[in-house]
Design a binder for this molecule. Structure first.
Ligand code: HPA
Ligand code: ZN
Length: 329
């Protein structure tokens, strides 16, 4: 069994495997522009973040009913559990669905039906994080948070994703302020394709508690020092970085330097159906490419629970951490 871990950077829409995409297309009478699953997999050659996002949003056309979202989450949780995921904090992109006429309630209730049974069926505890699309307007983000208000008991926090460059965190100051007022936790993608300055801005203007990706903080030694001192977690996604050409190969990933700098880094899968692997595959990938020691792998697993939003269930966090310490590599 793989080391127990939390997954903190996972877009549920990015877990849509080609086989499920075609099954849902058939069920909903949606025609996909690809002939079959093999042809679809051929399209998974990305040149940058935007080239991935174009396909990611296009395939969402097959997600229409609550049951579609339930099936999607069930499929993810089963795969994640098999790779040692014990706790998952799951992103979803409501605007990508409401823009297609799928109500936010369909998305949240469909996901919740899966998450409600995840512990008993897969042994995975879960949280939901609502993400705003940063290439949409600040007003649209505020309207989305408003639409989510009837479901806030299901939502742990808010995040920020989609095309990063040209959409700095400060654009979303108002909606993050409102989210904080509502008692929601705050995270944001920053420093994936965008500059280290976006990481600083996410911390200073949005008040985020974790940075998603944050890879480019390494270009700013003062920022690295601050992230380490303030114990701000970074949710890294190594296979994603290779597939989206943020780095050339896994061997180029700065994870070791980040660990050496005392950063609270975690390893996650981002959009596993598109990037060639789930959480455990990402751990195996960096272990093999960077020659990580068992001690370093244990540190990554420990970090994942330390960085998780389990403040509402500290006994559970303690149990998970004890499982990590007891694990033999
Ligand atoms: N970056 C930004 N937005 C995203 C990603 C990502 O890796 N995956 C899904 N939306
Ligand atoms: Zn992401």
């Amino acid at each position: 069994m793989p080391v127990p871990k939390a997954e903190l950077h996972l877009h549920i829409e990015g877990t849509l495997e080609p086989e499920l995409a075609f099954a849902l297309a058939a069920r909903n009478g949606v025609t996909l522009p690809h002939a079959d699953t093999a042809a679809l997999r051929e399209a998974y050659r990305f040149s940058d973040l935007q080239s991935f996002l174009d396909l990611y949003y296009a395939l969402m056309a097959v997600l229409r009913t609550p049951r579609d979202f339930t099936d999607l989450a069930d499929a993810y949780l089963e795969r994640a559990a098999a790779q040692g995921v014990r706790h998952a904090e799951i992103f979803f992109d409501p605007q990508a669905h409401t823009a297609r006429g799928v109500p936010i309630g369909t998305v949240i209730e469909g996901l919740a039906a899966s998450l409600d049974r995840a512990e008993e069926r897969y042994g995975v505890s879960t949280r939901l994080i609502l993400c705003f699309l940063r290439d949409e307007s600040a007003e649209s983000a505020l309207a989305t948070l408003e639409e989510a208000k009837p479901y806030l008991d299901r939502i742990t926090g808010v995040g920020l994703d989609s095309a990063e460059i040209g959409h700095p965190p400060a654009k979303f100051a108002a909606v993050y302020e409102e989210a904080a007022r509502l008692g929601l936790r705050r995270v944001a993608h920053a420093g994936e394709e965008g500059p280290a300055a976006y990481v600083r801005e996410a911390l200073d203007v949005l008040g985020v508690e974790r940075i998603d990706h944050g890879l480019r903080c390494m270009e700013d030694p003062g920022l690295v020092e601050r992230l380490a001192r303030e114990r701000i977690p970074l949710t890294l996604c190594p296979l994603s970085n290779v597939r989206l050409r943020v780095i050339d190969t896994l061997a180029d990933h700065p994870l070791r330097q980040m660990l050496d700098a005392g950063l609270l880094v975690t390893v996650n899968s981002d959009d596993p159906a598109y990037f060639g692997g789930y959480a455990g595959d990402n751990y195996d990938g960096v272990r093999d490419a960077l020659g990580l020691t068992p001690d370093q792998l244990r540190t990554l697993a420990r970090h994942s629970f330390e960085a998780s939003f389990l403040e509402d269930d500290e006994p559970r966090r303690a149990r998970y951490l004890a499982e990590v310490e007891a694990y033999t590599f």
